[in-house]
Design a protein around this ligand. Sequence first.
Ligand code: HSE
Length: 299
Amino acid sequence: KKIKVFAPATIANVGPGYDIIGLALEGVGEYLEMELLDSDEIIIHPIPDYPDLPLSPDENIAGIVAKAMLNQLEVKLGLSIRIEKEVKPGSGLGSSGCTAAATAFAVNELMDNPFSTLELVAFAMLGEKATSGKAHADNVAAALMGGFCIIKSYHPLEILSIPFPKDVQIVVAHPQIEVKTADSKKILKKEMALPDVITQMGNIAALISGITTSNYNWIRSGMHDLIAEPIRSYLIPGFVQAKSLAIEVGALGCSISGSGPSIFAFCEDENQAQEVGDRWKKFYANLEIDSNIYLSKIN
Ligand code: HSE
C-alpha cells in the first residue's frame, strides 16, 4: 500500500496570534510519498536538495511522528518515506510542520483512518517539539486542516477553523537567511504587562472580526503584534523597511511569517499583491539578499 500526499506551507502567528493562529498557503508546500513495508523498519530516503537533514527515524520529523503513531496503534510495520521539499527548513513557512502534517496524514490513510484530525494535529506537534523545543500547533493545524485556524486551547487541544475573505491575496517574501525557530523562541519575553495584554487582545479581536466579516479596516487595525514581531524583527534584516513598503502600497497588514525570516502581507487584490511583491524583490536585491517572492492565497 502506497500514498503520496501534499502538505501546504503555512504562515504561523499571522500578526498578533503568537502560537494561536495559522493559515495554509496555496501552491507551495511539500510532497511526501509513503509505502507500507513488510519489515518493521522505517526508511527515510535522502531528501533532494537537503543532504543535511537527518534520515534516522529517531531524528527525522517524519520518523518521529510516524513512530509515535505506530506505537500508539501497537502495530509493527515498516514504512518507506520519500520527501520532496519546496519550502526550505528555517524559512518561517512551516517547513518542519509540512513534514509532520504530511506524515500524520499519510500514516492515518495507510492505517485506514484510525485517528481524528485533532489527533493528527497532536501527533504532528511532536515533530514541532523535536524541531523547535516547543510543541506549537499553529503550523501543523493549518497544514492539516487548511484555511485559517485558531488554536483556542492547547490543554485540551481545541482548534477552530474560520472562513477567510476570498479576495484577500497573500504575498510572502523569503529572504535567503536562516532563522531557527528554537533560537527565535528563546529571545521572546516570558511575561507581558497588563496594558500590553489588553492591547494585544483588542488586536486579535479586531483581526478575527475583520476576517470573519471581510471588514478590511478591522483587519488593518488588528494586524499589530506586541509579543513576537518587535523582538524578532531584530533578527530579520530590513523587516521594518519592508513592512513600511507594503503598508505604503496599501496592504491590509504585514508581519513576520512564523519565526521568520519570511515576511508576509495581506493585500486587497492581485494588483496590490503584485506591487508589494515587486517592491520587496527590488528592496532585498538592494540589500544584496536573494529572495523568493510568492503570490498566494489561502488554501
Ligand atoms: N508560533 C511559532 C513561533 C511558529 O512563532 O515560534 C513557528 O513557525
